[in-house]
Design a protein around this ligand. Structure first.
Ligand code: ZN
Length: 351
């Protein structure tokens, strides 16, 4: 079958996702199912009504909605269903590999055991790998508006799982939620512990946040973050661009939330990142709350915003496989799949 049409090209392009929050993949349909299962009252009675209530204009108003949804996740089965639904969806979009954020504190602070969350996710990961061939890891994020001590206690709770990385599939740690007044440096101790254990490090530097340049500097220079989630404000400081380039940092861009926060700026942002020689990837972030914009739709958004060529799209996909926290053998398999796709595509374009 020909992949000359752009939509089909994007669907078939082998992809890796590096920035998706599992709690943010909670779709309205699953919310209704979970509410019934757990006898939890919902303000809206239909999936449509739930989706219509998704009105937010900044990070705090988005987080209020998000935390409401999280309340519905109670049992191991709930966490399983959340993760399995996401993996099934993106496997159908030719996502071969994904690293999924989760926020244990969102659950442990409600009295749900760390193990309940992890066992649910892990069961779904194993099942999805068997059912669809999609491989996945977890990245444990800390909620930045909670205390540094809370992050550290969470890390301690996670130790039995972290010390068996092959079993829990937690490959790294991250930092997310409300950035205002919560710089990366606040969590330096816990990130140092994670690094000592051989875990990978990433952190959010959300768009247009207060002190964003200092936060980016801390993330890269002081904490040694291997990636920046979003991180677009790097563009305003040549010294930060140089630092990111020298350290080989990968940026996980998410076109859907960017559209909300910086409407009309996507073209310039993506073009400027590419022109600066920075390694960018395209990801979905919180698709359950953002019109179900998963990976193919995120690529389509970026493509149309910045007129990305097929070669640029393939390079962006290659960047994600290259930045993935996997073995070189596994990476070679994915890069091979991508090259096979590229070869086939060139033949079809020239015929
Ligand atoms: Zn995010």
């Amino acid at each position: 079958m020909s992949v000359v049409c752009m939509q089909e090209f994007l669907e078939k392009l082998p992809k890796a996702e590096l920035h998706v929050h599992l709690e943010g993949t909670l779709e309205a349909d699953l919310k209704i199912k979970l509410a019934e299962r757990n006898n939890h009252p919902l303000r809206s009675s239909s999936a449509e009504e739930i989706r219509q209530g998704y009105i937010y204009h900044d990070l705090p108003s988005f987080l209020t909605l998000y935390y409401e949804g999280v309340e519905l996740l109670q049992t191991e089965q709930d966490f399983h269903d959340l993760c399995y639904d996401y993996l099934k969806k993106v496997a159908q979009q030719n996502v071969l590999y994904t690293e999924m954020f989760f926020d244990p504190q969102l659950h442990t602070r409600r009295g749900i055991a760390f193990g309940t969350v992890i066992r649910g996710f892990n069961a779904a990961q194993e099942e999805a790998e068997k059912d669809f061939g999609i491989r996945s890891h977890l990245i444990m994020c800390f909620i930045r508006e909670m205390s540094a001590d809370s992050a550290d206690e969470t890390f301690t709770q996670a130790l039995p799982y972290l010390e068996r990385p092959g079993r829990s599939r937690i490959i790294g740690v991250g930092l997310d939620s409300d950035e205002k007044g919560n710089p990366p440096a606040k969590f330096a101790k816990t990130f140092a512990r994670a690094r000592a254990l051989g875990l990978h490090l990433t952190m959010h530097c959300d768009l247009d946040q207060q002190n964003t340049h200092e936060h980016i500097r801390q993330a890269l220079q002081d904490l040694g973050s291997e990636r920046l989630d979003h991180g677009l404000n790097v563009l305003e400081k040549p010294e930060l661009i140089a630092m990111a380039r020298d350290k080989g940092v990968t940026f996980t861009l998410c076109p859907s939330p960017n559209d909300v926060i910086r409407p009309g700026r996507s073209r310039q942002d993506i073009r400027d990142m590419l022109a600066a020689g920075l390694k960018i990837t395209i990801n979905s972030d919180d698709p359950g709350y953002m019109q179900s914009v998963y990976m193919t739709e995120s690529f389509a958004k970026a493509q149309s915003a910045a007129d990305l060529t097929r070669d640029e799209l393939m390079q962006i996909s290659r960047n994600a496989f290259q930045a993935a926290w996997i073995s070189d053998d596994e990476r070679a398999l994915y890069l091979d799949a991508l090259e096979t796709f590229a070869r086939k595509h060139r033949v079809e374009m020239s015929s």
